[in-house]
Design a protein around this ligand. Sequence first.
Ligand SMILES: *[C@@H]1O[C@H](CO)[C@@H](O)[C@H](O)[C@H]1NC(C)=O
Ligand SMILES: *[C@@H]1O[C@H](CO)[C@@H](O)[C@H](O)[C@H]1NC(C)=O
Length: 359
Amino acid sequence: MDQICDGWPFGAVAPLFLFSLASCSSSCSAPSSTSTAIRVATVIHRPSRTYLPAFREASAFRNGDACGSQEGDKIHIAMTLDINYLRGTMAAVFSMLQHSTCPDNLSFHFLVAHSEPHLYSSIKSTFPFLNFKIYRFDSRRVRGKISKSIRQALDQPLNYARIYLADVIPRGVRRVIYLDSDLVVVDDIAQLWDVDLEEKVLAAPEYCLANFTKYFTESFWSDPELAKVFEGRNPCYFNTGVMVIDVDKWRIGGYTQKVEEWMNVQKRKRIYNLGSLPPFLLVLAGNIKPVDHRWNQHGLGGDNIEGKCRDLHPGPISLLHWSGKGKPWLRSEARRPCAIDHLWAPYDLYRSSRHSLEE
Ligand SMILES: *[C@@H]1O[C@H](CO)[C@@H](O)[C@H](O)[C@H]1NC(C)=O
Ligand SMILES: *[C@@H]1O[C@H](CO)[C@@H](O)[C@H](O)[C@H]1NC(C)=O
């Protein structure tokens, strides 16, 4: 049997690109020498043990006097939880706690694809005071609807969980901020939470200068029946990694079904090349509440194919997002960080990859 030893320590589920050591023994460990050859493995191997990274415990962030004492409304934040992105999730949560005036007001809703008790204990031991709940997202809901994209990582069922948020989180939650796991927030998230959605179902930074055409294929634009969906709208690109969603309106308006309908069209006829983003654009582009661009400085992971280093765009920043192929923790593991990754590193709570669990 092929021995694939992941430089990436979380061997259980395959991330998009596994850096693996060219030479390795049966005891896998994180790369320890820069001289070791690194190659990109395309073979996905399921080891018999799950390697769970260890994190240091974050300091306790508590509300100050200015936060008031009565039970107020919480700020609900939804994220997915996946062992491959765990290091990113920890950094994202840590960054939000650190920059919140009232950190106790944050309430996290984590969506997982499989029931994984070690993910719960990992969050709990890293953030002993965190308000959080974990929900199982039944990936069967989406399995038949995923069509292959240009990046394998985008095809993970959990990547589609954001479409089903309104069904997964409790009914009493009426607004939620959805966040990807490859970002850090460097401002008080309460400011994003307070956005006035007016009559809209979703708020996000909107990019009207981006070339919208390229998010859909020629066969989409050349079919007048399909392309007319944008009639009477001024559709602009928005990134689905940072969204404020009125989940009440989402439920009432049947938005999950609307997005699913486009995923069904995609199964019959290839109308786009990315994962969960284009069906969101089809349903909502041109009809969202725009928020300041500072809330999603995206693309820091580089492009979708190569993951080349990127620089910051000019302007103020409240949220840094490593969307694209390159992730700061992968580049750190591979000892090839981009300059921009040094802005992520202060939020990294990763200690070692030594913890292992028998499966
Ligand atoms: C934070 O929560 C407290 C107590 O639940 C509440 O009184 C206060 O209004 C909240 N503050 C903010 C800024 O949301
Ligand atoms: C936008 O993208 C499309 C498809 O890739 C291309 O044909 C078109 O020339 C681009 N438009 C501009 C203004 O760059």
